[in-house]
Design a protein around this ligand. Structure first.
Ligand code: SAM
Length: 220
């Protein structure tokens, strides 16, 4: 059995009771960055063996994990923050487990885009999750596509690229399009700012932007 266990995106109080129990009970926890996860696990006094499962070794070790799961092991997969498989490693392993008939369970829990969207004031009945845009090749094509969507779309973006990203969005979607920047969710400096793209550009251009960011843009 494989458990996908969401971990806090900032506030440690957001771990669920079930996540804590599962992390204590499994044979091994596979983590994106063992140094990051060790801090979380020691905070909650969890001593389960920990090993690395990340973008650089997932192709290489997935078959071995699947073999161990088939032989009866119970594993948890966690990422640095949020839900594994959401702009984080997990998909490859889950796909193989599903193919091999291994039970996969994902616990409900923290993920950045859901609270961002729910608090944005942008329509949330239908939405498109884009995750990170490619930095170079394919970026323009994605922006052109996103600009045509009739519903809210959601991006993950780094703070040093925020203004450039908003400017490119304004170019493709028009500066008047309603949008939202959700920054540092669940942390002390949480900030959720909804405005037009032009308004957000003006605000963030004057700032040294820091922290983790979700960008959302209303539909065409
Ligand atoms: N698996 C995670 C999830 O379920 O949301 C996403 C991992 S992805 C590598 C990291 C990105 O998620 C960040 O660059 C940022 O865009 C977004 N993110 C993570 N934590 C956040 C937070 N506390 N506030 C705003 N955005 C956050």
């Amino acid at each position: 059995m494989l458990y996908l266990v969401p971990t806090p995106i900032g506030n440690l109080e957001d771990i669920t009771l079930r996540a804590l129990r599962i992390l204590k009970e499994v044979d091994k926890i596979w983590a994106e960055d063992t140094r990051v996860s060790r801090k979380l696990l020691s905070h909650f006094q969890i001593e389960t063996p920990l090993a690395a499962f990340h973008t650089f070794n997932e192709h290489h070790i997935t078959a071995s994990l699947v073999a161990q799961l088939k032989a009866g092991a119970t594993f948890a997969l966690i990422s640095d923050a949020g839900t594994p498989g959401i702009s984080d490693p997990g998909f490859l392993l889950v796909r193989e487990c599903v193919k091999e008939g291994i039970r996969v369970e994902c616990l409900p829990g923290p993920t950045a885009f859901v609270p961002a969207l729910a608090a944005s004031g942008l329509p949330s009945d239908k939405f498109h999750f884009e995750g990170f845009l490619p930095h170079k090749k394919g970026r323009q094509t994605r922006l052109q596509y996103l600009a045509t969507l009739p519903h809210t779309f959601i991006l993950y973006e780094s703070p040093n690229r925020l203004v450039k990203c908003l400017e490119q969005l304004a170019e493709h979607c028009t500066p008047e399009r309603p949008a939202c920047v959700a920054r540092e969710l669940t942390k002390i400096h949480e900030e959720i700012r909804t405005d037009t793209l032009a308004g957000l550009i003006a605000f963030y251009k004057a700032k040294n932007v820091k922290g983790e960011i979700v960008v959302m843009v209303g539909g065409a």
